[in-house]
Ligand binder design. Structure first.
Ligand code: NAD
Length: 507
């Protein structure tokens, strides 16, 4: 691919954290173990693209063992029956441990994923917060009771469901694992986690954190491996009634099909191509800051990236000029250097995919910044923050999720056109709206096809709100009480108070 000469770089050096494991195992029933058949896969770091470890490659028999342990811990162990406060104490200890290991977690995450170190640090704190949040929620949780005067009292008996299968992607792996682990465990389920094969390093830290916090053996099980092997076996296992999946839309479709035989509960957080809509009355400088962060943070490898920027014609050229100038200034390079704003993409396969979209973009839009590998970074998975303007709505870079530091900018003439452009993709995860006009903001929010909308902001989460997408971006919502609902059964218990009128058949 061509190189980009106008990118600001910090040179990469191959920083390797101390005491790195050379082999990553499963964790089943309180013990670190290898695959029964001894299978392994190689794990590389995205700066050198050299293998630094092998990981146990879980097969069906390994998933069977993990599910059996989780099933036993659910059926006969203390966890599902504990009082919420007792479980919450353990969840808070987990949060303390995650926080205490922040620096170590951050360096491992940055080493394994290529995310800039300043952004990995935030991930550990967010992971801890997820545990604290659900600890609070289960203690405060109460359920409905309904009275039919003189006839019935009915109440909801909320119960954990069983073994939850958790399948997670490689972008911000530890934080996204916490997003599923915390509510699944808080509600009394037991779990089998299958982390992404590109980034198994940080997931192995959970085992010790959980053990030290007092989580009973068998409640948390971890099986590493490829999606088509370990992930597939988990999805098809008859003793796993729930699958919570975050990943690509096409993988979600496969999982949906494979879960049908056992009619599993499914929660799916899938891909996105979210619009960032900037009206002429917006605070332009704030919009530029936010739209840059919204797509170039986390190396652009974020599901909620505002990767299509739609700008009202009156400010279009000014916006493009300011945006491109800043994109050229973004510091790309060594993920461990605190100056770095965009690090290395996770894996050479993903790098090749993003690089191919950069080339496609050159015939679909006007290249304003980036456009290839930054000069000065000849190796590693680096791509310069790349900005295309004048991108037509039928362009591939407008329609398809790139999941890298690449953005498409398109002009619009009026509110109707902005809305129709915003909705013109198969995805519907997030939307970002920039305007000072409240009526317009509310009307646009009502009509935009997105699971989540932010007004005059990038993605700032409130953990109580529903998280999820519509259309090809997902199925169901997690977040706050929605997560509690997904991981529990709400059994209706009907208590008869009076005489029940019963037709006397056969009398
Ligand atoms: P992916 O779909 O390739 O893999 C995700 C996980 O699924 C991995 O653990 C993988 O091993 C497993 N998997 C793959 N095939 C499987 C199969 N047949 N059966 C069971 N499991 C299988 O996704 P990725 O490349 O790791 O992650 C990037 C994608 O995730 C992007 O599309 C991004 O938008 C999406 N994502 C969405 C959200 C959200 O909340 N909506 C958050 C983060 C990432």
């Amino acid at each position: 691919m061509t190189s980009s000469t106008d990118t600001t770089v910090v040179p990469a050096h191959h920083y390797v954290p101390e005491n790195l494991p050379t082999h990553i195992q499963h964790y089943i029933n309180g013990k670190f173990v290898d695959s029964v058949g001894g299978a392994t896969f190689d794990v590389l770091d995205p700066v050198s693209n050299e293998n630094y470890a092998t990981a146990a490659a879980g097969q069906k028999e390994d998933i069977d063992l993990a599910v059996a342990a989780a099933r036993e811990a659910f059926a006969n162990g203390p966890w599902p029956k504990m009082k919420p406060r007792e479980r919450a104490r353990i969840l808070n200890r987990i949060a303390d441990a995650v926080e205490a290991q922040e620096a170590r977690l951050a360096e491992l995450e940055t080493f394994d994923t290529g995310l800039p170190i300043t952004q990995s640090r935030g991930q550990a704190l967010r992971a801890a917060e997820n545990f604290r949040f659900f600890a609070d929620l289960i203690v405060a949780q109460f359920d409905d009771a309904m009275k039919v005067p003189g006839a019935q009292i009915n109440y909801v008996n909320r119960k954990p469901i069983g073994v939850a299968g958790l399948i997670t992607p490689w972008n911000t792996p530890f934080m996204l694992e916490s997003w599923k682990l915390a509510p699944a465990l808080a509600t009394g389920n037991t779990v089998v986690l299958k982390p992404a094969e590109f980034t198994p390093l940080s997931a192995s830290l959970w085992a010790q954190i959980f053990k030290d916090a007092g989580l009973p053996d068998g409640v948390f099980n971890l099986v590493n491996g490829l999606g088509e092997e370990a992930g597939d076996a988990l999805v098809k296992h008859p003793d796993v009634p729930l699958i919570s999946f975050t990943g690509e839309t096409t993988t979600g479709q496969t999982i949906f099909r494979n879960a049908a035989a056992n009619l599993k509960g499914l929660s799916m957080e899938l891909g996105g191509k979210s619009p960032c809509v900037v009206f002429a009355d917006a605070d332009l400088d704030a919009a530029v800051d936010s739209a840059l962060f919204g797509v170039f943070s986390l190396n652009g490898e974020r599901c909620t990236a505002g990767s299509r920027i739609l700008v009202e014609r009156a400010i279009y050229e000014e916006f493009c000029e300011k945006y491109a100038a800043r994109a050229k200034n973004i510091v790309v390079g060594d993920p461990h250097d605190p100056k770095t704003e965009v690090g290395a993409l996770v894996h050479p396969e993903h790098f090749a995919k993003v690089a191919s979209y950069v080339e496609i973009g050159k015939s679909e839009g006007r290249l304003l910044a980036g456009g290839g590998r930054p000069k000065g970074l000849p190796t590693g998975n680096y791509i310069a923050p790349t900005v295309f303007a004048d991108v037509a709505p039928d362009a591939r870079i407008f329609q398809e999720e790139i999941f890298g530091p690449v953005v498409a900018i398109t002009p619009f003439e009026n509110d109707d056109e902005a809305l129709s452009l915003a909705n013109n993709t198969r995805y519907g995860l997030a939307a970002y709206i920039w305007t000072q006009d409240l009526t317009r903001a509310h009307n646009f929010s009502q009509n935009v096809e997105a699971g989540m909308v932010w007004l005059n902001s990038h993605n700032v989460r409130d953990l109580r709100t529903p998280f999820g997408g519509v259309k090809a971006s997902g199925l169901g919502h997690e977040g706050g009480y929605r997560s509690i609902d997904f991981y529990t059964d709400q059994q209706a218990v009907h208590i008869t108070l009076g005489t029940v009128h019963t037709p006397k058949f056969g009398a």
